[in-house]
Design a protein around this ligand. Structure first.
Ligand SMILES: Nc1ncnc2c1ncn2[C@@H]1O[C@H](COP(=O)(O)OP(=O)(O)O)[C@@H](O)[C@H]1O
Ligand SMILES: [Mg+2]
Length: 288
């Protein structure tokens, strides 16, 4: 599948939540959509999911407009919204069977898939419990199962790891990586470690602008030479410093890790960039 986004934009009233944005996505890609809260991730995802219409531009799936024909997308997509609604009185298995019926799966197929998804998402033991008794992470896994029902070719998950514990996060990441071998998987997050190991492409949004759209390797390469570590001199402790990626209290004082094009302090040493630094470089426009 080929998804081509051509100059889509979205205004809420007069507020431009998404500036004209173009990109391409293909089966076999896991796209990490990164940006702070309010950057426009959910807006972008809702347009791709045909839940809202863009103010301008078009999105083509294998050459056909999903804006004009939303059904083309709806047949192929599994979408996990940021704020999934559940029916608290249903059990996990009842809820998934219900959602499978909405997706028009046959009863036999639905049963097979629901059992399989409950298994791989480690929910088999609790499948007959009511969702009202589920923890945040368990509900999130039900939501993920729901997105995977019907074996869609395009999977879009909006901040899916928020309620998950570290182990669940890893399981989920591995599952998405596997799916991305043959599908388009879009994962939005503000947590870089969610996509660090898995994403084949990273899109960075800032205030509705697409700031970066390429491989993690390219992003890391661009950031080399722009990351510094130094002990913060005592007289600068109260200063507002832009581009700080971490601050650690050490025996010698506060150790700062900062992204900057120029050496930010006389005692600063250049260090190897990680993906978190590299994303911060984009957001701070260090190498623009
Ligand atoms: N329905 C809406 N009406 C008005 N403004 C909205 C609406 N939805 C989102 N926004 C605004 O658009 C911007 C982008 O929001 P969103 O796409 O939810 O960002 P993200 O998912 O990256 O946090 C934010 O400033 C948000 O307040
Ligand atoms: Mg959002």
């Amino acid at each position: 599948m080929l998804l081509e986004v051509n100059e889509i934009s979205k205004n809420y009233g007069t507020f431009p939540a998404l500036k004209p944005l173009s990109c391409r996505m293909e089966s076999g890609e896991l796209i990490g959509l990164v940006g702070s809260n309010g950057a426009g991730k959910t807006t972008f995802i809702k347009i791709l999911s045909t839940l809202i219409k863009p103010s301008g531009g078009d999105v083509l799936l294998n050459g056909r407009s999903i804006i004009k024909n939303p059904m083309i997308m709806q047949k192929n997509i599994g979408y996990l919204p940021q704020d999934m609604a559940y029916y608290p009185n249903l059990s996990a298995v009842e809820f998934l069977m219900y959602m499978a019926a909405l997706k028009r799966l046959s009863k036999k197929k639905a049963k097979q898939q629901v059992e399989y998804l409950l298994e791989i998402l480690h929910l088999s033991d609790v499948k007959n419990k009511r969702l009202s008794d589920f923890s945040g992470g368990m509900k999130q896994r039900v939501g993920i199962a729901c997105a995977l029902l019907g074996n869609p070719e395009i999977i879009i998950v909006d901040e899916p790891t928020t309620g998950l514990d570290p182990e669940e996060r890893i399981t989920f990441r591995n599952l998405l990586s596997k799916l991305a071998c043959s599908k388009i998987v879009i994962l939005s997050t503000h947590i870089i470690s969610d996509i660090e190991a898995a994403a084949s492409k990273i899109m960075v949004l800032k205030k509705g602008n697409l700031m970066f759209d390429h491989t993690p390797e390219t992003l890391l390469h661009q950031a080399q030479g722009c990351v510094w570590e130094y002990i913060l001199p005592a007289n600068r402790v109260n200063e507002q410093i832009a581009g700080i990626s971490s601050m650690i209290q050490t025996e010698e004082g506060i150790k700062v890790r900062q992204v900057s094009r120029e050496k930010p302090s006389a005692n600063a040493v250049s260090v190897k960039a990680n993906l978190e630094d590299a994303c911060l470089c984009v957001l701070e426009e260090v190498f623009s």
